[in-house]
Design a binder for this molecule. Structure first.
Ligand SMILES: NC(=[NH2+])NCCC[C@H](N)C(=O)O
Length: 486
């Protein structure tokens, strides 16, 4: 049996209280063979707009993301090991002996493999998966024949080593953000809105509840309930926002030590947002919850597709949903006759613990973000906004679609994002940021010309031709477990 067990991490290792504190530990998932199974006719159901080339996605794009994360979070694993990272990719394969195996940059496939060594967990998980996937009893028995390494791969990819498909792949599993969120020292699990992501949530339940690295957090796992009234409603009524209980991690942002943002969107319902608020107040995890209702639109599936934080006083956001967008439109007389503006569908309500019946309405995104920078995070410098596509028509919308607003902060002011959003990148340069490609930066790290510790105000560009077809960026591709306090 392969020895894939990570040594259990001691307590106080899970703590996220901001989006910009130096990142120390996170969960990722490298594109697995299931992604290579997406076909055009299923792409939409599986929440992709296109099919992808798996090899290019891994070798030319995602591997750079992993390398970057390792340079920042676990440098001994990569520094001076350039040779190991080419050309067979074994260094990047979670099931290979040469895998980098880090306890800072953790692939969920490794966690799954670990828990599957336990006979009881293995039996339960096989039965649960076969239940939700409605497989035959025979398939269920067949799955018991595989070792934990192979079984984890089957459970994720849906297919056997000989390529036989037993159930659908989980192409969206690379977006680990959506399966759970760390809120201070608690872990909030999701309840996916889309059928294509159901098995992801089940797998997440299992490794959060059973893997030794989370052992001391078992009583800190938060799962939101279903609405019991919904069980008695007809299928048409049940899908209403106030009845259905669905929540995805892209809509939850632990933005400041006692302040949680929850989006109400295509994926997260009002009912779920309300349950999250109730639970985090009850458990005294935060004092303030801001609910941000965005238009229910594929382009804006989660709040992290329309804004993310770059630095204590810097944010990237979509102009047409923000105040800036509003004002530009208001100068136009046609505005009075035009159909309802997207930004009019944006609503922001802030709830303070103990005063939930008296929410404070916030007019626009910039006001909310300014308040967070100044009052929650104590930014001394003026708050600045960088807009998708530099807010130039029609690049704001174009570049938001390819995740210009979905950035992962590795530390305050150092972010990773896609290389394809030219106008947004130009806006970053104008705002005084260095813009550098991942490969080039890695070279600089290797040559000692730069170091993750001293790097400041930098946008690191990730190649993105294939990754961006999956409709998520680096923020979605990360589930931070530990960040330094800000
Ligand atoms: N946090 C995010 N924005 N995640 C993006 C998820 C993209 C994925 N294809 C989906 O539609 O579900």
């Amino acid at each position: 049996m392969p020895s894939t067990t990570l040594s259990p991490i001691t307590t106080a290792q899970i703590q996220v209280a901001s989006e910009i504190g130096t990142l120390r530990r996170l969960l990722i998932h490298s594109p697995d063979r299931g992604l290579g199974k997406v076909v055009p006719s299923k792409a939409q159901d599986w929440l992709f707009e296109d099919i992808v080339n798996l090899n290019m996605m891994r070798r030319d794009e995602y591997d750079y993301y992993v390398k970057l994360l390792l340079y920042f979070l676990d440098p001994e694993k990569v520094q001076g090991r350039k040779a190991d990272t080419t050309p067979n990719r074994n260094f990047f394969k979670p099931d290979h002996d040469d895998y980098f195996r880090s306890d800072k940059v953790i692939d969920i496939q490794v966690l799954l493999t670990d828990i599957l060594q336990n006979e009881v967990i293995r039996t339960k998980l096989i039965a649960s998966i076969c239940g939700i996937e409605r497989t035959s009893f025979q398939t269920q028995q067949q799955l018991h024949e595989y070792d934990p390494v192979e079984l984890a791969k089957i459970m994720i990819s849906g297919s056997l080593p000989d390529q036989t498909m037993l159930f659908a792949p989980l192409p969206n599993f690379i977006f680990t953000r959506d399966i759970g969120i760390v809120i201070n020292d608690h872990i909030l699990l999701n309840k996916p809105a889309k059928l294509a992501r159901t098995r992801e949530a089940l797998l997440a339940q299992y490794f959060f509840h059973y893997h030794p690295i989370f052992a001391s957090y078992r009583d800190k796992i938060i799962e939101i309930p279903d609405n019991e009234h919904a069980f008695l409603l007809s299928d048409t009524d049940v899908n209403r926002d106030v009845t259905r209980s669905t929540l995805e991690g892209g809509d939850v942002m632990m933005i400041a030590p006692r302040h949680l943002l929850v989006g109400v969107s295509e994926r997260t319902t009002l009912y779920a947002a309300q349950q999250v608020m109730r639970l985090v107040f009850e458990k005294n995890v935060v004092d303030k919850v801001t609910i941000i209702k965005i238009p229910k639109k594929r382009d804006y599936m989660h709040i992290d597709t329309v804004f993310t934080q770059v630095k204590r006083n810097v944010w990237v956001l979509l102009g047409s949903l923000a105040r800036t967008g509003d004002e530009a439109k208001k100068r136009d007389v046609l505005h009075f006759f035009a159909p309802k503006d997207m930004s009019e569908e944006l609503r922001i309500l802030q709830f303070i613990k103990g005063l939930e019946h008296k929410p404070i309405e916030i007019e626009n995104l910039e006001d909310l973000l300014t308040d967070i920078s100044k009052n929650d995070l104590g930014a001394a410098e003026p708050v600045r906004f960088i807009y998708s596509g530099n807010n130039e028509f029609p690049f704001g919308a174009r570049e938001q679609w390819t995740d210009s607003c979905n950035l992962l902060a590795l530390k305050d002011g150092v972010v990773v994002g896609y290389d394809r959003n030219d106008r947004t990148l130009e806006a970053f340069r104008q705002a005084g940021f260095d813009v550098v490609g991942a490969a080039e930066l890695i070279e600089r790290f290797e040559d000692g010309e730069a170091s993750p510790q001293t790097l400041e105000n930098t946008f690191i560009m990730l190649p993105s031709a294939e990754l961006s077809r999956a409709r998520g960026g680096s923020h979605c591709m990360s589930l931070p477990l530990l960040r330094d306090a800000v």
